[in-house]
Design a protein around this ligand. Structure first.
Ligand code: HEC
Length: 179
């Protein structure tokens, strides 16, 4: 029961491009590259051009297996196979750590602590995800992409999910396995 709630709250990005038209509307790698690199507090400003980290974050984007979000996901999936790969990571990127911690951490910890000996830690709130200085400009870019492809006005949630999915696609293709 508790796990059902958990899965529901964490799957924020599952339906971003359910529409087949939307799939063709946007080049996810190019959008992801833009989000990663452009603007103040871009992903790159903390994670570096090569994903290896900076003094603002020592997370290694080249090793997804070391990410807290992936460790959490894997632990959840061992209980419930419907927990999608990438779901927690996309949620952290979309919401930023502060909102994720506020919305999900208590539910998550209750479940986690009953199963696992080591206490679960909240995410470092320095991790702002897509909430950098250029968020508005990226949103407009996504809106234009959808419009050009003749897709009906996307909701702000759809735009947010699309951005999170795109930048995770970029990070995975560009850095993961590059170590
Ligand atoms: C202001 C600095 C900062 C910015 C900007 C930032 N991050 Fe992070 N990021 C962090 C920190 C710190 C962590 C470590 C969080 C933790 O594990 O507690 C992190 C963690 C991560 C992780 C691993 C998840 C995990 O389990 O910790 C990924 C993936 C990630 N960031 C991707 C991104 C992407 C993509 C963007 C841009 C959309 C971004 N970050 C923007 C600081 C930042």
């Amino acid at each position: 029961m508790k796990l059902c709630v958990l899965v529901t709250v964490m799957l924020v990005a599952g339906t971003a491009l359910a529409d087949a038209d939307a799939d063709n509307a946007i080049d996810m790698y190019e959008l992801g590259k833009r989000i990663y690199s452009v603007g103040s507090d871009s992903c790159m400003s903390c994670h570096g051009a090569d994903g290896a980290g900076t003094d603002r974050s020592d997370v290694d984007l080249r090793s997804p297996g070391s990410w807290k979000s992936v460790i959490y996901e894997d632990a959840l999936r061992s209980k419930d196979a419907s927990v999608e790969s990438g779901s927690v990571t996309r949620a952290i990127i979309a919401l930023g750590a502060r909102d994720w911690n506020e919305e999900n951490f208590t539910i998550f910890r209750d479940h986690w602590n009953s199963e696992i000996a080591q206490p679960a830690k909240p995410f470092d709130e320095e991790m702002v995800g897509i909430n950098g200085g250029s968020r508005k400009s990226h949103e407009n870019f996504v809106r234009r992409g959808f419009r050009k492809a003749g897709v009906a006005r996307p909701s702000s949630k759809q735009i947010e999910d699309t951005m999170a999915e795109a930048v995770l696609t970029y990070v995975t293709e560009e850095f993961a396995g590059a170590k």
